[in-house]
Each structure stands twice: as C-alpha cells, then as structure tokens.
Design a protein around this ligand. Structure first.
Ligand code: SAH
Length: 478
C-alpha cells in the first residue's frame, strides 16, 4: 500500500485550495460538501467560483500569492488545475511537512482523494492507489447499492448509547457482542427501517445488557420478502440484502431457481409452497415453522413470488407472527401483473383510455363465480387476473355478463420476466383459446383497451417460439 487510508479532521484548520477553472470548482464542491474550511487561491483571478451565500462563512478567497502565503495552521494543500504553480506548491508544502495533493499528479502528491460513500456517520473511502479513479467510482457505486440507506443513522444511534453501555458492560469482548446482537437483531432492523423511536425504546428496555450479550441464542426475526416474477435483477436491493443475511429461507414453488441462487450458500432452504395438484404443507404449518425458526434465534426469510401482499397470503403470516410476538418486516416485490405489463409493454393506465385498474384472482371457476363482475363494467378499467388460466371461460362469461364487449383486447402473459416467457394476444371472445396456446403457467391475463398497445411481441427473439408470435400478430391485426 503506498497510500494508507486515514480520515482528516476538518475541524483542525483550513484546507488551502489552489487552481483554476472547472477543476478548481469541482474540488471546491467536494471540500465544501465535506464541511471543510477552505482558503481558495484562484490563479486565473476568478472571483465568483459558484459560491452560495452559505459557503462564504467557511470559504475565504485569498488574494495573495500562494507560493509566499502564510500556511500556519493549514491542514492540507490541494491543487486542481494549477499547472506549474501546483508543482511549486507541492515542493513548498512538502518542505513544511504539510500533506499535499496535486490533481492527476501522483509524483507531486503526498495524499490522494478516494471515491467517497457518504452516509452521515458512516463514510466509506475507496482508493486504487491513484491508478484509476474510474474503477474507484465503479466500486463506490457497488458499495452504495449494498449499504442500507440508513446505515449512518445506525452508527449515530449506537453512538448515542455507547457511553451508558460502556458503563454497564465492563469487558470489551462482551460489549462488542452486545452491539453485534443489537445490530443484527430487531433493534438494528428497526433503525434501518426508519423506526428509531421503536429501536430506542427496545434498547432501553433491555434489563441486563451483559445477560443480553451472553444469551446463547440471539433474538430471531422473520422478513416477508417479495421475490418478483422471476428475473433476479428485479429483486429489490433490500430483498437481496435479506437473502444474503438469512440463516434460513422458506420459499414458494413460484420462486425461480435464478433467484434461489442469490441466497447465501450456507443458508438452509425449505420449499413450502403449493403446486397445482400438490397440496404443500399448508398455511398453518408454514406459520408454525416461521415462528419456531425465529424463536430459535434464526434470521428467517419467507420468500414469495411477486409481492407478499398481492395474493400471497402475507397478511395471514403477519397476523400469526404478531400473535406470537415475533419481530418481522415486509419487503415488497414486483408483482406479476406489473412485470408482465412492463415486458409486453402494456400500459395499465393510459390517459383517458384507462383511468383505473383492478387486480383480481380467479383461482377456479368456482372462485370466478364468487367475483362480483358487475363492478368491472367500466371500459376504462384495466383488469389483471391472477390464477386465471383454468378459470378463463368463467372470466370471459363474467365479463360478458358485466357488459364488456367480445372485442375487448386481452393478453395472456406466461412466465413473465423469465427467459421462456410467452404471450398471446387477442380478444375477450378468444380468451379460452389464447390460454390453450400457452405452454404452461404461471400466467396472468390482462383485459382492457390498453392491451392494444402491447409492443414487445414483434421484438421478441426468435428462440421465443416464432410461429406463436406470428399467429399472435395475425390475431392482433384482425
Ligand atoms: N404474490 C404473487 C402472486 C401469487 S398468486 C405476485 O404478486 O405476483 C400466483 C399467480 O401469480 C399465478 O397463478 C399467476 O397468475 C401469477 N404469476 C406469478 N408469477 C408469474 C409469472 N412469472 N408470470 C405470469 N404470472 C405469474
């Protein structure tokens, strides 16, 4: 390592900044954003520097020659767009033992600027030894995506309790265990979810911090996580983090193998979902297993296709967890209807044409009979039907009864966002026939004038069943 990452105390004194043009202004913005006191020498005589009135208290525009200016108390010298003056300034700063950075000039720099991830009290500095700032920025972007947005608040939260906990737990290793348990458990999760009041109360309610740190099983929790319709890149950042942190994952059959691949390798996976024809272990048994796993101190993820609260029985699971006093959180996912609409370019609302939408489930013809179709008469309402393949004839009958025209455009979209996705487009009259053309579910039905705008069928790649696509296009043109 040529450059050791350290953090400079900006309260200790001013930074001297020398240079010209946009390079100078850019560095000024970086230093000002960090809260530095800055003495600027604009060697091109620029007096404006794009400063706001807030800045002027901390930023002083120097008019003397930087090569002879008094540097007493200065904590660092930075040159950006300073040309030869930068090189001369570097010699001067080094002779005074002052850290100096000359932009894009490693030879004359005794320190360099990292790429910075700034989350309040948590700051991550990324360096490449000055070789490639572009690579450093790419790494920074990855870290930005990985770090919870409120990680700085978590550090601040802990900072607020550190003194009192130090007084109550004398041994350092035990103290560290205490904080690890707090961060990894429901209290940390509450801070990261923005519920600081709740976290504060929970931490204060710990009667015996040493006992809490020593307890052989930490407090477990359950995250209800939406996995989206299949494409792993459609997982939210939060969902991905939950999968990486989980000790055990209970997942539905609908969750795609590519998504299961994102689970940490040593995590236990349990398939609990129902499949058409196979009963699965049943909702009560699922609830029971979630609760038992959390009570044994594990971080549990309940992973569901799409969104947990859209035809996903997330509501029942939350009720059971609440009743058992288990800590839980809910991470939404992209529901199949939205995934299908995006992939097949069906805008679910469209100016005056579609001003509202309904998501409904028609699991079996019997269920379809219980749907109140009379609420779906409005032709400006887009109807998205889940679990509607076998019930397609009943869906059609219901919509006819509601007065919808046989010419209403419909789309059947199967395995959306997956590599083998498939769509068939036609009219309500043909709905059962369209469903027959689909080689297996899961599939959603989208019904309404907006299906006319479906754009992607003609752009699908050849491996996606060309005969199918052509016949679809002919149908759509009819
Ligand atoms: N919670 C899920 C829905 C579960 S119900 C969500 O929000 O998406 C199961 C139904 O969802 C299936 O019968 C089908 O209608 C729909 N579905 C789930 N994944 C799908 C996919 N990849 N493509 C099309 N439909 C899907």
């Amino acid at each position: 390592m040529r450059f050791l990452p350290v953090f400079l105390d900006l309260k200790a004194g001013p930074v001297v900044l020398i240079g010209a043009g946009e390079l100078l202004r850019a560095k000024l913005r970086v230093l000002a954003a960090a809260g530095a006191r800055i003495r600027v020498h604009a060697i091109d005589g620029d007096r404006h520097l794009g400063l706001s009135s807030d800045d002027t208290a901390r930023i002083e525009i120097a008019t003397v020659d930087p090569l002879t200016a008094d540097l007493a108390g200065v904590i660092a010298v930075v040159c950006a767009g300073a040309g030869d003056v930068g090189v001369a300034m570097s010699v001067r700063a080094k002779s005074l033992g002052l850290p100096v950075n000359v932009m894009d000039d490693l030879e004359h720099s005794s320190f360099i600027f990292p790429a910075i991830v700034d989350r309040g009290d948590v700051v991550v500095a990324v360096g490449t030894g000055g070789t490639s700032p572009v690579v450093a920025r790419r790494v920074r972007e990855k870290i930005e995506a990985l770090l919870p947005a409120r990680i700085g608040e978590l550090a601040e939260f802990i900072g607020g309790f550190r003194k009192s906990i130090n007084e109550r737990i004398a041994e350092f290793p035990l103290r560290r265990r205490f904080w690890e348990r707090v961060i990894d458990g429901p209290i940390g999760a509450a801070v990261l979810a923005g519920r600081k009041g709740e976290a504060d109360a929970a931490l204060r309610a710990i009667p015996d911090p040493s006992g809490f740190a020593r307890a052989d099983k930490p407090e477990g929790s359950v995250a209800l996580v939406g996995a989206g319709p299949g494409d792993p890149d459609l997982l939210t950042i939060k969902a991905l983090r939950a999968l990486q942190d989980a000790d055990i994952v209970f997942h539905d059959e609908l969750v795609s193998p590519e998504i299961l691949d994102r689970i940490r390798r040593d995590t236990t996976r349990v398939a609990v979902g129902r499949r058409v024809g196979k009963p699965g272990i049943g909702q009560d048994a699922i609830n029971k297993r979630l609760i038992e796993a959390a009570q044994s101190g594990q971080r549990v993820v309940r992973l569901k296709g799409g969104d947990p609260f859209v035809f996903g029985r997330g509501g029942e699971e939350v009720e059971a967890l609440r009743a058992a006093g288990v800590a839980y959180s809910i991470i939404p996912g992209i529901t199949a209807g939205l995934g299908g609409a995006a992939d097949f370019e069906v805008p679910l609302t469209y100016r005056h044409e579609a001003t509202r939408m309904t998501f409904l489930t028609a699991h079996k013809a019997r269920d379809a009979e219980t749907v109140d179709w009379s609420t779906l008469t409005d032709t400006r309402m887009t109807v998205v039907v889940y679990m509607g393949m076998t019930a397609a004839p009943a869906v059609r009958a219901g919509l006819f009864a509601a007065g919808r025209s046989p010419e209403t455009p419909v789309g059947v979209f199967a395995r959306v966002t997956r590599p083998d996705e498939q769509g068939a487009i036609g009219t309500l009259r043909d709905l059962p026939e369209l469903v027959r053309r689909i080689n297996g579910g899961p599939a959603i039905l989208i019904i309404g004038d907006v299906v006319r705008h479906a754009g992607s069928l003609h752009r699908q790649s050849p491996e996606k069943n060309p005969a199918q696509i052509i016949s679809d296009l002919l149908d759509a043109a009819e």
